[in-house]
Write a protein that binds this ligand. Structure first.
Ligand SMILES: Cc1cc2nc3c(=O)[nH]c(=O)nc-3n(C[C@H](O)[C@H](O)[C@H](O)COP(=O)(O)OP(=O)(O)OC[C@H]3O[C@@H](n4cnc5c(N)ncnc54)[C@H](O)[C@@H]3O)c2cc1C
Length: 318
């Protein structure tokens, strides 16, 4: 796309997103928790769900490359220039409570959702506390911990088709949840605008105790002082990934600035100056070693955006 056309489309997106200007040449490291990546041509943070829908349709129809970011806690963006727009849901954080139901917008942080529920005496979402994602990313990944997940309380979600412009409420069944999986991973057509959760009336004190418990467990188990994208691989039926990585003697193994965490071998951490390529190479190395040593195929849970695959890498997509 020529520079003139690009400026024209970006002007169109600015007015459609209800924000005065798009941010241009934005470091992708600012937008993801692994703190890697090159520059994005533009970042657009729509001020409302309607504005997000308008922007997505414009990008789609004008064939502007785009990606949608929630908290950026499961995405590794490439080191090069992303020649399009990153749409961020950061401004879409609304939460409405009605009886035992909570409706949260896609950009609402999972922690804020749990705290809003706790203030209203509504329990059931505590397992999500400490997961640094949003409702949109959380539903796509069916985020969870401590034996539960976001699907367990979810009742319905308002979705938007980037193909037809249709807005429709999907039931929990239609969202086809399973372990760290949902319909949103199987089709790029739909994005989530908001989700409604059915909670259980619970004493606020009990909810707060549960939040404290899951926070303690997380602090003990996870390398929270270093940038990461959480667990790198999906848990295969054969067992815990960190045990397999340990059996291959890879704990602490480092490529560039990316390291298999010494604290939790299921995480890759950025120990300083990591590139997306470092992370990608480390992922490939783990896959090859675990397959070669134990005969087990590991599938990444983290999502690489625009990272060029290397010849040696047998990276499997979910
Ligand atoms: C320290 C740490 C700990 C973690 N612990 C856990 C854990 O315990 N359990 C767990 O499950 N995960 C965990 N994660 C991983 C991550 O937080 C989750 O996968 C989370 O759900 C991702 O949400 P996000 O908003 O950051 O999504 P992003 O990383 O922004 O995006 C992930 C995917 O969702 C898509 N997406 C975002 N918003 C929408 C939307 N509105 N509609 C459609 N698609 C959308 C994106 O396009 C992308 O494809 C952890 C990560 C870190 C860094």
């Amino acid at each position: 796309m020529g520079i003139f056309a690009r400026q024209q489309y970006f002007g169109l997106l600015s007015s459609a997103s209800d924000v005065p200007a798009l941010r241009r040449n934005v470091p992708l490291a600012e937008l993801c928790t692994m703190h890697v990546g090159g520059l994005a041509d533009a970042v657009c943070t729509p001020a409302s769900k309607e504005a997000l829908c308008r922007c997505l349709l414009i990008a789609r129809h004008k064939q502007i490359p785009y990606a949608l970011f929630g908290g950026g806690s499961n995405i590794i963006p490439g080191d090069g220039f992303f020649p399009g727009v990153i749409f961020s849901t950061a401004a879409l954080r609304g939460v409405q409570i009605s009886g035992t139901k909570i409706k949260a917008d896609c950009g609402c942080r999972l922690g804020d959702l749990v705290l809003a529920a706790a203030r209203a005496g509504l329990g059931g979402l505590e397992c999500l506390y400490g997961i640094p994602g949003t409702v949109g990313g959380g539903v796509k990944m069916n985020a969870g911990a401590h034996g539960s997940d976001i699907a367990s309380c979810l009742e319905a979600a308002t979705m938007f088709s980037t193909v037809t412009g249709e807005k429709r409420v999907f039931s929990k069944n239609e969202l086809a949840f399973s372990y760290r999986m949902s319909l949103l991973q199987k089709t790029k057509e739909w994005i989530l605008l908001d989700a409604t959760f059915a909670c259980t009336p619970t004493e606020t004190q009990r909810i707060r105790a549960r939040i404290a418990e899951v926070t303690k467990k997380r602090r003990e188990a996870q390398p929270l002082s270093l940038p990461s994208a959480g667990s790198v691989f999906r848990r295969p039926k054969e067992g815990e990934v960190w045990r397999m990585i340990d059996m291959c003697d890879l704990r602490g193994y480092t490529i560039g600035g990316a390291q298999i965490s010494k604290q939790h071998a299921g995480f890759i951490v950025n120990v300083g100056g990591a590139t997306a390529r470092d992370v990608h190479r480390l992922v490939c190395l783990v896959q090859e070693r675990v397959l070669g040593t134990l005969g087990i195929s590991l599938v990444p849970e983290i999502e690489f955006l625009d990272v060029k695959e290397e010849e040696t890498c047998r990276l499997q997509r979910p």
